[in-house]
Design a protein around this ligand. Sequence first.
Ligand SMILES: NC(=O)CC[C@H](N)C(=O)O
Length: 392
Amino acid sequence: MFTRRITPLFRMTRGFATHAGHPTALPAALHLKTGQSFFGRSFGAPTSTFGETVFSTSITSYTESMTDPSYRGQILVFTTPMIGNYGVPFNKAPFDSQDVGVVLESQNIQCAGVIVGDVAEKFSHYTAVESLASWCQRHNVPGVTGVDTRAITRLLRDQGTTLGRVAIGPDASSPVPEAHEYWDPSKENLVDQVSTKVPYELNPTGSVKIAVLDFGAKANILRSLVQRDAAVTVLPWNFDFNTVRDQYDGLFLTNGPGDPSHCMEAALNLRRTLTEWDRPVFGICMGHQIIGMAAGLDAYRMTFGNRGHNQPVLALASSGSIRAGRVYVTSQNHQYALKLQDPFPQGWEPFFINCNDSSVEGIKSTTESGRKVWGVQFHPESAGGPLDTIEV
Ligand SMILES: NC(=O)CC[C@H](N)C(=O)O
C-alpha cells in the first residue's frame, strides 16, 4: 500500500540533476573584479568563463531569461533561492512561416553562466524534458550553486554590475584573475553577434507589413507581431531601412544585448527615417534606446540596471489602452537607460517612468508631430513576466 502510494509521485519527478547535489560535484567559485569571491559547487558545464555579473529578481522563467539574447555575455545571479525546479522544456517548435521555431526566447542559452542559491536536483513539469544542469551542460554553460546569492546581490546593488569570473574545478582554487584579465562584454558590439545576418520573413500574407530591425530579438516579440497578423520582415540591425521603407506600414526595433552606443549607425539611419517617413515606429528595450538616441537623447549606464518581472512603471501620458497616472508591473532586463532631460527634445515626451529609481521607461512622439512613435524600456510582450502591458 505504501509503495503504491508513493510510486506515482515518484514518477512525476522526471529526472535528476547530475552535478550539484552529487558527492562528486566539482568545486566552483564566482570571483568579482572588485576582489570578492564566493565559493560553492558546480552544475552544468565544467567550463570556466568570464562575464558581467548581474542579478535578476525574477521568481520564474529562468529558461526564458537564459535564452534572451539581451543576456549575452552576462553571469546571471538569480535572487530567487531555488532555481530549476520545473526543469527545461523541449526548445523546438515547427519552423514555419508563422513561427521562429523555438519555445523559449532563442535556440541557445545566451548568458555566460548562472549563479543560484540552490539548484533543484529534481524537476517536475509536464513540458520538462531535462534538468537545468543537463541543459547547461549541453550548451557548455557553467552554473554555480550553494552560494549566498543574497550577499552577492547586495554587493552588486551597492557597487553596481561587476565583471566576474566563474571558475570551475581546479580553476576554483587557482589564484583569482588579475584585474586586467576580466573580459568586459560592454566593450564589444554584442548586437552584431546575435542579430540575423540575412533578412527573413514570417507570416508573409499578414494584413499589415512590419519591418523589424533585429538587435537580438526575443522570439516572443516576433511571435507577438505574427499573432496580431503582421507580415514580418526581420532585417539585420544595421540594415538601412530607408532603402525599403516605402514597402512597409510600420517599423519595429527589438531588444538586444550590450551598450547601445555600439549601434549609433542604426540610430542615425532611424533619425533619417523619423524625419522623412510618417508611419508608426515602435521599439522595445534596446529598440527604445535607439529611438531615444535618434530623437537626440543620451543613453547612460545604470549602476545595476533593472532585471526582473516586478518593475513598476508609472504612465505619464495616455495613449492606446495606457492611462496616465496608472502603474503597470513590467518585465525588464536592461543596464542602460535614456537620460531624463529637461526640456525633452522637441516633438517628444516621456511616456513612462520607473517608480523605484525614476529612470525613463518609455518615450513617445507628441501627437502634434502627427506620427506615432513609441519606445518602451520594459518588455510589454512579457515571456516571462506580468501581462499588464500586453494589448491584445
Ligand atoms: N533587453 C534589452 O534590450 C537591453 C538593452 C541594453 N542592452 C541594456 O542593457 O540596456
